[in-house]
Design a protein around this ligand. Structure first.
Ligand SMILES: [Zn+2]
Length: 472
């Protein structure tokens, strides 16, 4: 996998032009990013720090010295005729990501993370005479990218999907990129080959480019594996080439045969000094590393007694995990918040085919509802009904609770008193023990009544009624 993430710096990697997305075409440009003769690049310090932070989060070793190199090729959206990238001395190397596989974990090696500049964009529509012409927008030229290249350690489309999901999650946690695939701030190319089971050598690979969702990458890989097997079993050879995936048709198409690395005629960029990120600077960058998703999941499983699967969902973004934890900590009973998320929220989200971010009930709403159950104001059954209404109306819990007139569970004690009387009459021994001072016996009576009411009674009210009867 080769993943490009756009680093969230305010300005470009070698000039002070803005990196803002969506500005009018060719407004964020200057002689440097337009590639004018004689213009000199100046490296953006923040881009280096963001790249190094991402590398550390991916368990890479950051090289003290790395070298920028020119990658020469001609393309209409590349005005200089070369891209400044890094070649044999990248910013960072030798990292890994752990993914979950059936029965355990698997480590996927990360070969390298290097810095480079983005190219511009060719536009094929949205301007006068666009049927006959192509337009160039150079706003994106020189936007900083980190390219993350994995080792060939993945053995199935599912593992590739897992890898990308974990990678995106980690990058998002570091905050160095928004990983927005629609805006192109995360792009990935997948290299894929097949071989006979037990074979040592990899087969000839093809590269699938420009797929804009992880789900489509998985589908493209599934298709490509079948296609390659078909070619080989038909007695032909795989051509090393770049292929495009058409999501509508669910198949890949050959685009061009892959250039060999030496075709780019890489050489050290003469206009930039070697990049030195010394120990002191590395330590400063490392101090900015947040708690990463894997560690956070482990801690949350312990702290809130939630399942590993739910911890995965709750830590899928840093914002969500922060919201959950602040709600859980603000609530009277953190575990109840976790339980509600697990038992009441997840199921409803699944039933409505919604992602966590699309939930009508916020984490603060869940905390509010948990407190209402905790205080005995509403019953578990009422909470379920209110949650259903939230999903029906697409509104948060506090809103629906107000709309419903702040319902309270019945404090009518006549039915409870009848139950309590029967219970006391039927258990003289326990009553005697209670009256002799064994006050903990109350939980036996409360338990019996809760059972008789199928969990619908308000435990606090039950306890009040019983205490009154038993003390008489
Ligand atoms: Zn510029």
């Amino acid at each position: 996998m080769e993943v490009h993430v756009q680093l969230l710096t305010a300005s470009k990697i070698f000039c002070s032009c803005s990196t803002r997305f969506g500005d009018p075409p060719n407004t964020n440009v200057c002689p440097v990013c337009l590639g004018m003769p004689g213009a000199l690049p100046v490296l953006n310090r923040k881009a280096v720090e963001f790249g190094a932070l991402a590398a550390m989060a991916l368990n890479c070793r950051v090289n003290e010295t790395s070298i920028f190199a020119r990658k020469n090729y001609f393309y209409p959206d590349l005005p200089k005729g070369y891209q400044i990238s890094q070649y044999d001395k990248p910013l960072a190397e030798h990292g890994f990501i752990e993914i979950d596989i059936p029965g355990g974990k698997k480590r996927i090696g990360i070969t390298r993370l290097h810095l480079e500049e983005d190219a511009g964009k060719s536009l094929h529509e949205g301007f006068p005479n666009d049927a006959a012409k192509t337009a160039i927008d150079l706003n994106r030229t020189g936007v900083p990218l980190a390219e993350i290249v994995s080792e060939p350690d993945m053995r199935s489309p599912e593992e590739a999907y897992q890898y990308l999901t974990r990678l995106k999650e980690i990058i998002l946690y570091t905050g160095v990129s928004d990983c927005n695939m629609e805006e192109g701030s995360l792009r990935c190319d997948a290299n894929i080959s097949v071989r006979l089971r037990g074979a040592r050598e990899f087969g000839t690979k093809t590269e699938i480019k420009n797929v804009n969702s992880f789900r489509f990458i998985k589908q493209a890989l599934e298709y490509e594996i079948e296609r390659q097997i078909g070619v080989i079993e038909g007695g032909e050879k795989i051509t090393q080439e770049t292929r495009l995936y058409n999501a509508n048709e669910g198949r890949t198409y050959g685009m061009r045969s892959k250039e060999q690395a030496h075709d780019y005629r890489y050489f050290p960029e003469p206009d930039l000094l070697p990049l030195v990120v010394d120990e002191k600077w590395q330590a400063q960058i490392r101090a900015g590393l947040p708690e990463l998703p894997a560690a956070r999941r482990e801690r949350m499983v312990k702290e809130y007694s939630i399942t590993a699967a739910d911890a995965h969902t709750l830590t899928s973004t840093r914002v969500l995990a922060d919201q959950f934890e602040s709600a859980a900590r603000a609530a009277r009973n953190p575990k109840r918040v976790a339980n509600l998320v697990q038992s009441e929220l997840m199921g409803r989200l699944k039933a409505h085919a919604l992602e966590m971010e699309q939930s009508p009930i916020s984490m603060a709403g869940i905390a509010a509802s948990a407190n209402l159950v905790e205080s005995g104001a509403i019953s578990g059954k009422m909470l379920k009904d209110l949650y259903d209404l939230c999903f029906e109306r697409g509104k948060d819990f506090p809103v629906v609770y107000e709309e419903e007139g702040r319902p309270q569970q019945s404090r009518d004690t006549s039915a409870l008193e009848k139950l309590a009387d029967e219970l006391i009459a039927a258990n003289p021994k326990q009553v005697e023990q209670y009256r002799a001072g064994k006050k903990t016996m109350i939980s036996f009576f409360v338990g019996q009544i809760m059972k008789a009411s199928k969990g619908q009674a308000n435990p606090q009210l039950v306890s009040e009624v019983l205490t009154k009867k038993l003390e008489d």
